[in-house]
Each structure stands twice: as structure tokens, then as C-alpha cells.
Design a protein around this ligand. Structure first.
Ligand SMILES: Nc1ncnc2c1ncn2[C@@H]1O[C@H](COP(=O)(O)OP(=O)(O)O)[C@@H](O)[C@H]1O
Ligand SMILES: [Mg+2]
Length: 268
């Protein structure tokens, strides 16, 4: 049974894309058939993965069509390319920002718009062990759609007050809107992944403590993602594989991936 996991927070720049791409890569490295689904029109995850592919075998990927066109043609496979063994990418592009307007024309009822993409995602997802979804940072039809289609959400929280607020708002939103109102069939929260992005800044103990008080320590993944220059560089170069700094990144994500698999009940 495929597990569909969205990485979320209603704030940009907190590490959603970075963590989604690294966890997707680590899952594929463990021989799980993995699809990274980029549902952000900014296409950051797409860029990282296309460069990663070029780093591995000097190959450029070719999409049969953009995600938006694939949706219009009711065939998501047209926007999927292979990145490396066991890892595929459903790439995004700026025209995906037209998705809400396209849905408005198709359905008058908002709930129908939220559900529609699921019907296209499900048959594709079933070919994989894991689907990791990267979403834009704003509340929109796109985030609603991703959450509706998911089994799980991992909340990415930077240890800063705004990101804590973004995380609490996000979890309330999942409960009230996605689960209660739209009746998402399977969605559950895995927990909170804390990210300490600012290099050299003291760990924001207050935010971490607030998070523990608010969410309960059992809901916070034990591994925190520290600031790593190499990880920042992957945003420009794609994932690279050769140096000890790459290995350091992979070691952290092996741990995080273990914690995720434990929580969703997948045997390692
Ligand atoms: N642990 C980290 N260490 C250093 N830089 C990071 C880390 N996580 C993310 N970044 C950088 O922070 C920026 C925002 O991260 P990103 O994953 O794009 O956030 P989001 O998808 O939530 O907008 C990017 O430039 C990314 O490379
Ligand atoms: Mg992003």
C-alpha cells in the first residue's frame, strides 16, 4: 500500500522543499519506489531534482507536458520523469498556478475542486511505495488538494516564532478544514520536524519549548535538522554525492527517515 506524505507549513522558507527532496531521495536509496510530487508552481523541488539527475548521469530530463497540461489531459504520467533508480519526479512549472482557475471552471462547489486531483493522483500513486508531496506556502486550493490526497502530513517547523504560529495554524487547519469539512479520507499528522535554519544563531529554546508544550514532546521528531551549508547549496546545485559534507547530510536524513517510517508503522 502506497503512503502519500505531504510536507507542510503555512510559511515559506521554513525548509519544506529541502526536507521533502532529501527524504524522497533517502527513501529511494532504500529501494522504495518513490515519487516526489512537486505541487508548487515555483518548482523549487523540480529544479533541485533535475539538477540531481544531471549530477548523477549527465542526462537532461524531458517532460512530455507540463503538470497543468497533464491535468487538463487527465494523464499525470506525462509530467513524470525518472531521476534515479527508484526515484521519479512529477515536475511542476509556473503554469500550475492556473490550477485553481481551471478547477473553478470545472466545478462550482469548492469541495469538488479539492477532491478532483486526488482522482488523478490515486492511480499513479499506486505504482509507488511512497509519494512525497511538496506544496506552496499559502493556504490555497493547491494545499487543500494535496492534503486531501495524502495519508500523512509532516509539519516542518523552523524554530522561530512565526514558523511555530504557521505550524499551529497548519495543524488546526488540517483538523477543521481538511478532515472535518472536506472529509479527507485518510489524512493524519506524522509529527513535527524541527529545523534550525539560521547558522550560528542560538537555538531558539523558547520556540522549541512552546512547541513541546503545545504539541507534546511525543509529537516532535527526535532529530532536529541543523543548518548545513551543503543543504543550502543543494538548492543551487542539486544533490551531490562525493564529499564528507554530502555524507553528513545523508546521515541526518537516514535518521529522520527512520523516525518517519517508525511513526507510520512501516517496518524497516
Ligand atoms: N537545514 C538547512 N540548512 C541550511 N539551509 C537550509 C536548510 N534548510 C533549508 N535551507 C535553505 O533555506 C531556504 C528555504 O528552504 P526551502 O526548503 O526552500 O523552504 P520552503 O520550501 O519551506 O519555502 C533555501 O535556500 C534552502 O536551501
Ligand atoms: Mg518550497
Amino acid at each position: 500500500m502506497v503512503q502519500i506524505i505531504t510536507f507542510g507549513n503555512f510559511k515559506g522558507g521554513v525548509g519544506k522543499t529541502t526536507n521533502a527532496t532529501q527524504v524522497a531521495y533517502e527513501l529511494s536509496n532504500r529501494k522504495y519506489k518513490t515519487l516526489l510530487m512537486d505541487l508548487d508552481p515555483q518548482a523549487n523541488a523540480t529544479n533541485i531534482m533535475l539538477k540531481t539527475k544531471a549530477n548523477i548521469n549527465d542526462e537532461l530530463a524531458h517532460f512530455d507536458s507540463s503538470l497543468m497540461v497533464a491535468i487538463q489531459e487527465k494523464d499525470l504520467t506525462k509530467s513524470i520523469v525518472n531521476i534515479t533508480e527508484n526515484l521519479d519526479l512529477m515536475g511542476s512549472a509556473p503554469d500550475f498556478s492556473l490550477f485553481p482557475r481551471f478547477m473553478e471552471k470545472m466545478f462550482s462547489d469548492y469541495a469538488d475542486r479539492v477532491k478532483y486531483l486526488s482522482t488523478l493522483i490515486q492511480p499513479v500513486a499506486e505504482k509507488y511505495d511512497f509519494v512525497i508531496i511538496d506544496i506552496p506556502p499559502t493556504i490555497s486550493l493547491i494545499t487543500d488538494t494535496a492534503l486531501y490526497a495524502s495519508d500523512w502530513c509532516l509539519v516542518v517547523m523552523q524554530t522561530q516564532q512565526q514558523s511555530f504560529d504557521g505550524a499551529t495554524a497548519f495543524i488546526d487547519y488540517i483538523q477543521h478544514d481538511i478532515v472535518n469539512t472536506y472529509k479527507a479520507p485518510r489524512l493524519d499528522v506524522i509529527g513535527i520536524l524541527t529545523v534550525l535554519i539560521q547558522a550560528g544563531a542560538p537555538v531558539d529554546e523558547t520556540t522549541v519549548n512552546n512547541a513541546i508544550k503545545y504539541f507534546g514532546s511525543e509529537n516532535i521528531l527526535p532529530t532536529a535538522i541543523h543548518s548545513m551549508q551543503r543543504l543550502k547549496r543543494y538548492g543551487i546545485t542539486g544533490i551531490t554525492f562525493k564529499s564528507k559534507w554530502d555524507k553528513q547530510v545523508f546521515t541526518v536524513y537516514k535518521q529522520v527517515t527512520n523516525e518517519i517510517l517508525d511513526r507510520i508503522g512501516v517496518k524497516k
